[in-house]
Design a protein. Structure first.
Length: 337
């Protein structure tokens, strides 16, 4: 349980990878440069959000494939890939391929549930099967089995003169199954992830179930996961904005961003009663003090702090640099060699 004097073990970051519709290559290149910077600064992991039909990364698997060729050490993850948009068999093939290219550094995070704006996209996504698609935990379980190497076909062997067929996903990456994460915001999701041998990603959004105290609810979910899977990893993903080396103009923009997002943190939102964590802004010392007082943070040993959505590249450079050089050490973390 992290507290002053107990070091944070792993420090990562999460980015949405924004781009301009008129010049998408530039935004994707910037994302790759941010991942390269993260490795240079000693971060343990870099994670990509998954955004369909938006101006963020729609294909993190493809971007991470490129990142494997521009980094050598840093772990690479998705936080998270919504399986409702994916065929589990095809996704298992893609992820295994990228894991092989990375040398075993991939940490895919997934989730389930109907796609956002389901009524608007189902005709394009599943024109013939929308009414029978399964968006339950069983979709994740099927994906887990395929990644683990269980049969995907009843046929294996040689066909014709040269074609060799496998009954399981190829390439098979033996360690990938042990590095799969579930992104959840409810007690049931935390328990299910633990019971099924996954790791657990908890973010800045959780469901109000036993209380309207975000930190207490997050801590409760982490405890439930750990009870189900004591050997599993948990990563917390709050939005954190250290300002130690920020310019006055940057500090003013950061403060305005946080102020605009603060009203939604005051009560549960929508029929699902989702709660949003407050963004943490200030010097590394101030943020460390807030984290040590956060019940959710006190239950984890690793984090993947989320970069704000709409900042500029130089802002992300400043935030990542201060996180690695100021905030990380204030939490007892040491950069990777």
């Amino acid at each position: 349980m992290p507290s002053p004097g107990v070091p944070l073990e792993k420090l990562g970051f999460l980015t949405i990878g924004l781009f301009d519709e008129a010049d998408p290559r530039a935004g994707h290149e910037t994302t790759l440069r941010i991942i390269e910077l993260g490795e240079q600064l000693g971060f343990d992991s870099a994670w990509l959000r998954h955004r369909h039909l938006q101006y963020g990364i729609s294909s993190p698997v493809a971007v991470l494939a490129a990142a494997t060729q521009r980094t050598a050490r840093i772990e690479l993850g998705t936080a998270v890939t919504p399986l409702a948009w994916e065929n589990p068999l095809r996704l298992a093939e893609d992820l295994a391929t990228v894991d092989v290219l990375s040398g075993g550094r991939l940490n895919p995070g997934v989730s389930v549930g109907p796609p956002m704006h389901w009524d608007d996209v189902k005709a394009a996504l599943y024109p013939d099967t929308a009414e029978v698609e399964d968006f339950s935990y069983e979709r994740v379980a099927r994906f887990l089995r395929l990644v683990a190497g269980e049969p995907a076909s009843s046929f294996a062997g040689r066909e014709g003169v040269v074609e060799e067929w496998s009954s399981r996903v190829q390439p098979h990456s033996p360690g990938l199954r042990s590095r799969l994460w579930y992104g959840g915001g409810s007690l049931r999701s935390a328990q299910w992830a633990g019971e099924n041998g996954m790791h657990f990603l908890t973010s800045s959004v959780v469901k109000a179930e036993a209380s309207e105290d975000f930190a207490a609810e997050q801590a409760r979910q982490v405890q439930a996961f750990t009870a189900a899977n004591p050997a599993g990893r948990v990563s917390q993903g709050l939005v954190v904005i250290p300002t130690d080396s920020a310019t006055p103009a940057q500090r003013a923009r950061y403060a305005a961003y946080v102020d605009a997002r603060t009203p939604r943190t005051r009560s549960p939102q929508g029929p699902a009663r989702m709660m949003f964590a407050a963004d943490l802004i200030g010097t590394a010392e101030q943020i460390a003090e807030q984290l040590y007082a956060h019940a959710g943070f006190r239950e984890v040993t690793e984090v993947a702090f989320a970069l704000p959505f709409s900042f500029e590249h130089e802002d992300y450079v400043q935030i990542l640099t201060d996180t690695a050089e100021k905030l990380g050490p204030a939490l007892g973390w040491a950069p990777a060699a």
